[in-house]
Design a protein around this ligand. Structure first.
Ligand code: SF4
Length: 104
């Protein structure tokens, strides 16, 4: 998740020998926001994202998606061949709006 670009942000790597300053990760309050929001869990593919607490998975604390539910929805829904509902409804997906910058 990118604080300015939202969930449709893709990372990429470029290797270089150019000297560059090393920055640090930032905390823009996403974990707290998601813990109260959970819109993607409510309005995304039913049952695919947990409304419960985060779990530990592969060394990461996360709301682990049910990949089988996502896949089942995508391949059995005659109206669409893909989904992305959770990305579309995410509050951070609305670039330029203020509501995701207001502390809850
Ligand atoms: S909709 Fe976006 S901001 Fe809300 S819980 Fe899901 S990922 Fe977090």
């Amino acid at each position: 998740m990118n604080p300015y670009l939202g969930p449709r942000f893709k990372t990429a790597a470029i290797t270089t020998s150019l000297p560059m300053a090393v920055d640090k990760s930032i905390d823009f309050g996403l974990q707290d926001f998601c813990n109260k929001c959970k819109k993607c869990a409510r309005e995304g593919t039913p049952g695919a994202i947990s409304l419960g607490d985060k779990v530990m998975f592969n060394g990461y604390e996360m709301w682990k998606p049910d990949v089988e539910s996502c896949t089942r929805y995508r391949v059995t829904n005659p109206a669409v061949s893909r989904c992305g509902r959770c990305l579309k409804v995410c509050a951070f997906n609305k670039q330029g709006l203020f509501e995701h910058r207001i502390p809850l």
